[in-house]
Design a protein around this ligand. Structure first.
Ligand code: ATP
Ligand code: MG
Ligand code: ZN
Length: 259
């Protein structure tokens, strides 16, 4: 299916399956049989109209969006309150203006308590950016550090420098839960390497954290935080509500209504 057709589709409510680009991949294109190219009248190989969607699927797979969040979008980020409305507006603006080689830093720092929706919104943005044609990568920071640690164990499938290079070069990097990991000199060094590489290349970064600036500085150090001030001109504060707990309350209400 072409990107245009996908855009026109109405975004469903939360809980309703979105016909995601990844699922579409299973249908083999009748024109090119999955090769991505067709022969023109003159016998030349030309890109098939399915190719754009096929490449988007590949980029989506490489972005490592966790399954739990594969269906999260701006449309199903609910809330009629001012805070959430502004969050969705700012996210949409970011997507619209996104460039992977900007003249100035254009990143976002998302701050808020547990369950306030940071990962949901961060991954909704990442997904749109990737569908738009850029490369993207999601990392939960404690997981990233684990992966880096694992590269020291023999035999290891990955090389540390490959992970660092990828995180440094991808179009948009999401670092989720910064400050949640136990700090050590090693942790700070690794985070610094990634963040500084992106800092120097003016590459966009989207960071989420449960901490305020002061706590973040205590946790990851002033050299990283100093760079984040510059790299994330947009700071989005999330509502002080745990949406996960509200889910339980809503379910209870629904059940008592039924009785
Ligand atoms: N405004 C919202 N509309 C719909 N679903 C929401 C909203 N806010 C949060 N959720 C849902 O609540 C759950 C928790 O959200 P999420 O994981 O994004 O929180 P978080 O801020 O990243 O929390 P943590 O700091 O613990 O990682 C997810 O299933 C998410 O989709
Ligand atoms: Mg989260
Ligand atoms: Zn095709």
């Amino acid at each position: 299916m072409s990107a245009k057709k996908r855009e026109k589709k109405k975004e469903p409510e939360e809980g309703v399956e979105i016909e995601s680009a990844v699922q579409e991949e299973e249908e083999v294109c009748p024109y090119c049989k999955g090769y991505g190219y067709v022969l023109s009248e003159t016998g030349e190989a030309v890109p098939c109209e399915c190719r754009e969607g096929m490449l988007a699927n590949l980029r989506l797979q490489e972005a490592h969006i966790p399954r739990k969040f594969a269906q999260k979008s701006l449309a199903n980020f609910k809330g009629k309150d001012k805070i959430r409305k502004v969050l969705v507006e700012k996210a949409a603006e970011f997507i619209q203006n996104f460039r992977d080689n900007p003249e100035e830093h254009q990143g976002i720092l998302m701050v808020g308590c547990t369950g306030s929706g940071k990962t949901h919104l961060a991954l909704a943005i990442l997904r749109e950016i990737v569908v738009k044609g850029y490369t993207g990568l999601y990392y939960n920071v404690p997981e990233l550090l684990n992966e880096l640690r694992d590269t020291y164990n023999e035999p290891s499938e990955q090389i540390e420098s490959d992970i660092l290079n990828l995180a440094g070069e991808v179009g948009l990097l999401v670092l989720d839960d910064l400050g949640a990991e136990r700090t050590s000199g090693w942790v700070r060094d690794r985070l610094f390497l990634i963040i500084n590489r992106r800092y120097e290349a003016l590459k966009p970064i989207l960071v989420t954290t449960n901490l305020d600036w002061r706590e973040l500085e205590e946790q990851v150090g002033e050299r990283i935080v100093s760079r984040l001030y510059e790299m994330c001109p947009l700071v989005l504060e999330f509502p002080r509500e745990d949406y996960r707990r509200q889910y339980v309350v809503r379910e209870q209400k629904r059940r008592t209504k039924r009785k």
